[in-house]
Design a binder for this molecule. Structure first.
Ligand SMILES: Cc1cc2nc3c(=O)[nH]c(=O)nc-3n(C[C@H](O)[C@H](O)[C@H](O)COP(=O)(O)OP(=O)(O)OC[C@H]3O[C@@H](n4cnc5c(N)ncnc54)[C@H](O)[C@@H]3O)c2cc1C
Length: 415
């Protein structure tokens, strides 16, 4: 008997998964899926050399403990672990430039949980390269660089994407990992909810005289938070969220003027500071896809949810998408179900969308509450911080939240 049309198409598929976007979440999924036995083709518009440049992206990420477990599970952690700085404590304080931190603060110490450090600071240049190198070593992963997806269509057996070079790729499931302005979502008819914050994050790294002791600091300044996050070798990553206009002015300054502007906010607790590289800026906003799935299509990472970096959770949330989707796909295959089927995708959406929407809105509320110099709000949040700090149970649940150890953890994050 002849095979049905969909089965004939299935046999001519180029790959199981087509991943659009080779930033950070796309490669993580490519490796997790390949390890589970799926074939993957991952496409990115940018040349490989550009993405491997050490000054490609100035960010450093606060990776939660659970994200580290995922990276360990997909074989990337061993490459970067000696360049990762354990985060042992987090101190959160209200502040005003020139006044120093207020006495009210929240202090979270990893010693209050059994798992170890709450997380690790990892520089983009190390993480991105580790992903690219690991994918190059995996026979199941095909990487296409300098290729842009310009069209997509779905059919009963899967999806087809068309590249700007006119090449076509067919796969059983299409993944949009193409960032905040996801073309995959748009072409699939998925609408987004979101807004800008009128804030831009100025990001750089500084070297300092005194050791940071693995302590991350978050100062809530009137125009936006200033995060001082520990890196290896007596360095810290700065994420300074300011109004768009102030951030533009900070970016336009020479290094000396910039340091003079930073010092009153930074304070003197780490001794003298000096810049160790370039400054980068990232406009901040919230964007949430109204659905994480469409026919034969799923969204992960910033394509599904882009949030304020106030709690350092964007990439962690994306990596949770990765771990959840990889598990859902493995389960579907073991049950003989279609990996691009509606039921499979509904399971992924159910697992991730509510959690992520809640997190994105929490970061939004947090930012509005803290990027504000209203004296009443300031008094209320200072008292709130004092109360959290004085309650060991609440403090411990904050620490577990920051470590990514709460909720329905996918297998790859359970350790
Ligand atoms: C200042 C700042 C600090 C942050 N700090 C933290 C932190 O401490 N911890 C944390 O967890 N998160 C943090 N985040 C969030 C984190 O940076 C993002 O969540 C993460 O980088 C998103 O990665 P992604 O792979 O989903 O998307 P992206 O990095 O945006 O990658 C998308 C990729 O898709 C490609 N692409 C787009 N369209 C196409 C197309 N049509 N065809 C082919 N390729 C295409 C692009 O070239 C790009 O490489 C921070 C964010 C900011 C702004």
């Amino acid at each position: 008997m002849d095979n049905p049309a969909w089965l004939r198409i299935l046999h001519c598929m180029d790959t199981d998964l087509i991943i659009v976007g080779g930033g950070l979440n796309g490669p993580a999924l490519a490796l997790a899926a390949a390890q589970a036995g799926f074939t993957v083709t991952i496409v990115d518009s940018l040349p490989l050399d550009t993405r491997k440049r050490i000054d490609f992206d100035g960010r450093s990420y606060a990776l939660a403990h659970a994200s580290m477990r995922l990276l360990r599970g997909i074989g990337v952690w061993s490459t970067i672990s000696n360049k990762a700085q354990p985060m042992l404590e987090i101190k959160v304080t209200d502040g005003r430039a020139g006044e120093g931190p207020s006495p009210w603060m929240m202090h979270f110490d990893h010693a209050e949980i059994e798992e170890g450090p709450m997380g690790f600071m990892v520089e983009d240049r190390h993480l991105r390269r580790a992903f690219l190198d690991a994918m190059a070593q995996d026979d199941r992963v095909t990487q296409l660089s300098e290729e842009t997806v310009v069209a997509q269509s779905v059919h009963s057996a899967g999806a087809t994407v068309t590249l700007a070079s006119d090449k076509k790729i067919t796969g059983r499931l299409l993944i949009g990992s193409d960032g905040r302005k996801s073309g995959t979502a748009e072409r699939a008819g998925i609408k987004r909810t979101g807004w800008g914050y009128g804030q831009t994050a100025v990001v750089c790294a500084v070297k300092h005289e005194k050791p940071h002791g693995g302590i991350a600091h978050q100062f809530f300044m009137p125009n936006g938070p200033l995060a001082i996050l520990p890196l290896t070798k007596d360095r810290s990553s700065i994420v300074w969220s300011e109004t768009d206009a102030n951030a533009a002015a900070l970016m336009a300054m020479d290094d000396n003027d910039f340091l003079n502007a930073l010092r009153p906010a930074f304070g003197s607790f780490l001794g003298q500071i000096s810049l160790t590289g370039a400054r980068f800026s990232y406009p901040l906003g919230l964007t949430l896809a109204n659905s994480f799935v469409a026919e034969k299509t799923a969204l992960i990472g910033d394509a599904a949810h882009g949030m304020h970096p106030i709690a350092g959770q964007g990439l962690n949330a994306g990596l949770r998408d990765v771990a959840a989707l990889a598990e859902v796909l493995e389960t579907a295959r073991s049950r003989g179900e279609d990996i691009g089927g509606a039921q499979t995708l509904a399971r992924y959406q159910q697992w991730r969308r509510f959690d992520t929407a809640t997190l994105a809105l929490a970061t939004d509320t947090f930012n509005r509450l803290f990027s504000n110099d209203n004296p009443l709000l300031r008094a209320a949040r200072d008292i709130g911080m004092g109360m959290v700090n004085a309650a060991p149970g609440i403090r411990r649940s904050f620490i577990r939240e920051a470590a990514g150890l709460t909720g329905d953890l996918p297998r790859l994050m359970r350790g």
